[in-house]
Design a protein around this ligand. Structure first.
Ligand code: GLC
Length: 450
């Protein structure tokens, strides 16, 4: 009996289940920064970001711009967005008039969850509320400006988290601290934080028990105004998700890359000034094109190819990061087919090569030239080639030993290894397109190397 208990405990400890349990955190960065990133987040590597809201109805921005900024961009009367708005909807049509048109009538959470599961992503992050303030759940704090009261008349955030968790994926929410046009925010930020924002954020957490709280829109005020450390102490000490919840670093002006949970980059940059500290857990987020919210202005040529998306994933993981790849569903509730296709093709690659991604650590070096990215796990080193390596693959960063062995992941059989003047060379078999185990990137698994 004793040994069974010991085994169960050992397994639970190994899985990181109790990693944060029992710890109490003070409402100071000094204390909160000591909390480790939950193991599931680091191991998962690949998540899907969803930008969905009232802005998904106009779904428009100048090419290269974020379409979810439509309401804010409309204010510039000499700007492209206002010109488009005027010509399409007329001067009297307000942003609020899009809300009843946001019907999400085609929204099928099970189908979305199926695409996410097929993509190989391990977690999903939905915009519960973007800067427009519209909530995708029936938030009592945002009376008449939420998906329960108007538009879909449905709890989109709740229905999605049930479906996604049902498929064994983790799910959490993006939440914008600020709201562009909320009169309370604009007139009395303290009252906004006390009476609107904090009760709302706590409601989101207690209602849906998300695995992740991904805040944004923090840049107007310091963390003291947002009462961020108080919220985080509650989240880590008392909330129903205290042990397993992951958080990011967007908790106040100048907080990114300094405090909080994982650091965030967006299209490869932080805030334009801070260099990324890759030794701290980080996550890169980006759209498949140039926008997070769906932008009808973007064509196929504006979207990264599957090979390019995979390159971003592999490069990010080799440097210790996660990739949070964004999709922008339409106002009627569909994931654009091109986005589904990209995700499913990434999943096809991960089905073969997932062992070189999930649960890996950055290796001693992250790359060899443009061709190779490295990851490591359980004594193995993975040399991930971003294109077909040809017959002779040289890996200058790898120190060969007598025990070196190599395989092409997804195919049986050892590959011949040679030590040429201290540089490891791998003989890659000449495979036809029908024989290669996958497309886009090819993984050589090495053991017995230093
Ligand atoms: C930015 C943008 C926003 C997007 C987010 C994703 O802060 O304001 O539109 O949601 O980053 O990282």
């Amino acid at each position: 009996m004793k040994s069974v208990l010991a085994l169960v405990l050992a397994m639970a400890l190994a899985s990181g289940a109790f990693a944060q349990q029992g710890k109490k955190y003070d409402a100071t960065w000094e204390s909160l920064d000591k909390r480790p990133t939950p193991a599931w987040f680091d191991e998962g590597k690949f998540g899907i970001f969803i930008h969905w809201g009232v802005y998904s109805v106009p779904a428009w921005g100048p090419k290269g711009k974020y379409a979810e900024w439509y309401w804010s961009d409309m204010q510039k009367k000499d700007g492209e967005t206002w010109k488009h708005h005027l010509a399409t909807y007329g001067e009297k049509f307000q942003y609020q008039d899009f809300a009843p048109i946001f019907k999400a009538e085609m929204f099928d959470p099970a189908q979305w969850a199926d695409v996410f599961a097929k993509s190989g992503a391990k977690y999903v992050v939905l915009t519960s509320k973007h800067h427009e303030g519209f909530c995708l759940w029936p938030s009592p704090q945002s009376w008449n400006w939420n998906a329960g009261d108007i538009g879909p008349h449905r709890d989109l955030a709740g229905d999605l988290i049930t479906a996604v968790k049902g498929r064994g994926l983790r799910m959490g929410y993006y939440y914008s601290l600020y709201e562009w046009f909320n009169p309370l925010y604009k007139s009395d930020v303290k009252a906004y934080v006390d009476q609107h924002m904090l009760p709302q954020l706590k409601d989101l957490v207690t209602r849906y028990k998300p695995d992740l709280v991904w805040t944004d829109g923090e840049w107007d005020h310091p963390d003291t105004t947002w009462r961020s450390t108080e919220f985080l102490a509650w989240l880590f000490n008392e909330s129903p998700v205290k042990d397993e919840v992951a958080v990011n670093d967007r908790w106040g002006k100048d907080v990114r890359s300094h405090h909080g949970g994982f650091y965030t980059t967006e299209y490869g940059i932080i805030d334009g000034k801070t260099p990324l500290a890759e030794q701290h857990k980080w996550e890169e987020c980006r759209g498949m094109g140039a926008s997070f919210g769906y932008n009808r202005n973007e064509d196929a040529s504006d979207y990264k190819s599957t090979a390019e998306q995979l390159q971003v994933l592999i490069d990010t993981v080799s440097r210790g990061g996660n990739l949070l790849l964004d999709i922008g569903p339409t106002g009627d509730g569909r994931i654009p087919v091109i986005m589904q296709q990209r995700l499913i093709e990434m999943g096809d690659w991960l089905k073969v090569n997932g062992e070189a991604i999930y649960g890996t650590h950055p290796w001693r070096v992250s790359s060899d030239g443009d061709l190779v990215r490295y990851t490591s796990k359980d004594g193995a080193v993975y040399a991930i080639c971003l294109k077909w390596p040809g017959s002779d693959l040289a890996l200058p960063s790898v120190k060969p030993t007598d025990k070196v062995a190599a395989t092409l992941v997804g195919r049986d059989g050892a590959l011949a290894c040679k030590n040429e003047n201290g540089v490891l060379h791998i003989a890659v078999p000449p495979l036809t397109v029908d024989e290669v185990p996958c497309r886009h990137a090819y993984v050589i698994k090495l053991t017995g190397v230093e």
